[in-house]
Design a protein around this ligand. Sequence first.
Ligand code: MN
Ligand code: MN
Length: 464
Amino acid sequence: MELTYRRKNIYEEADEAQLSRIEAFAQRYKDFLNYAKTERDAVRLSVAMAERAGYKPYAFGDPLSAGDKRYYNNRGKNLFLFTVGEDDIEKTGIRILAAHIDSPRIDLRPVPLYEKAGGAFFKTHYYGGLKKYQWTAIPLALHGVVTLFDGTVKEIVVGEEASDPVFYISDLLPHLAQKQNERKLSVGIEGEELNIWVGGMPAKKAKKKSEEDDEKGTKDGVKEGVLRILRRKYGIREEDFLTAELTAVPAMPARDVGFDGAYIAAYGHDDKVCAFPALMAQLEYEGKGTTMTVLADKEEIGSEGVTGMQCSLFTDLLDEICAARGKNVRAVRAASECLSADVTSAYDPTFSDAFEKNNAAVCSCGVALMKYTGARGKSGASDASAEFMGKIAARLNAAGVIWQTSELGKVDLGGGGTVAKYIASKNIDTLDVGTPVISMHSPYELISKGDLHHTFLAFRAFLQ
Ligand code: MN
Ligand code: MN
């Protein structure tokens, strides 16, 4: 009998058939990632996938009966998918997977456009916890919606097609960076320096102008040039930005990394690397139980607002399912279980100082179970019980899932949180389970394909 605990490496354990399943799943994930860069994109794509899998939209008041597969699209930014089972949910509870589909990014401000020194720029306000210097000198795409005052909503995506232009945040050349180099890394690039280059050709004054153009004048030559293109291509004027929601995200597509392609680098692994496996596990679920997958928004800024995990919509839907089945929702919540499906930091040998190796998740050693997150003395952590963690671990073992445990890093170095505590606060046992990520919150994060697949296997085993 082996007395010593050792991590297993997925690639060491996998046979040829398993390796090809890992690769096939990774290909589908990359396709998902390349489209679903924002929460709106992720919801749009997930709804299409759900409908293909037989899920129908749910509206409050709709009758629900056993066997139903439904989805609730919350404002195009947050999605709930659920199956109504034949089980007695006061005893079996509801199995819940909760991942988030928002990622750190660079949002445009309400009055973004200005001209300076022959260039046109957008002012921005970053979203989520990011190292600002990493977002300079990379290709950026614009995603989002513009709502016109007449109620029309225009979807905008620029920078994803090879023929599209991209956008750009500049950094200072090293030759002139002596003063900048003395700044602390955290302010190497400051918030007010995250300005996006969006144009450089002045509008031609000789060009025949409409009355509207006359009113604006042509003093802002380049700004005017950009506004004319926006008008022509998207039918929007400068004031339409006031009510828009536009964001700059990295324009780079997901790519295999390494000679052996063991890893995937991409924007938005946090938390699509958990959201996609959760969605796939939910859509493949053919059991008789009651299950729910939540794809939440706003996790990166505290799960606030009407599309965040703290919104009452989550419990409203549980209430409706229970009412339809004639069950006491308090009993159902007490019996329910949730995996808070979110990423964790992977041990990075280059920055080994930040980790305590025995308790860090190691790439390719499986999906990570996090008993607690939080900062300092576990502040802000949900801290799952040993009983619940043991129960989940046993289920994963039975399904042949390779898993490990994880802590974010060394004690007192920092910390973080997930949606776990908001679900646990509803009297639902919740455990953080997710994929280890290298360079988390950077524009181009790294994960192991093996960990991705075992994240899916874990979620599938959990729902069964
Ligand atoms: Mn996350
Ligand atoms: Mn995050």
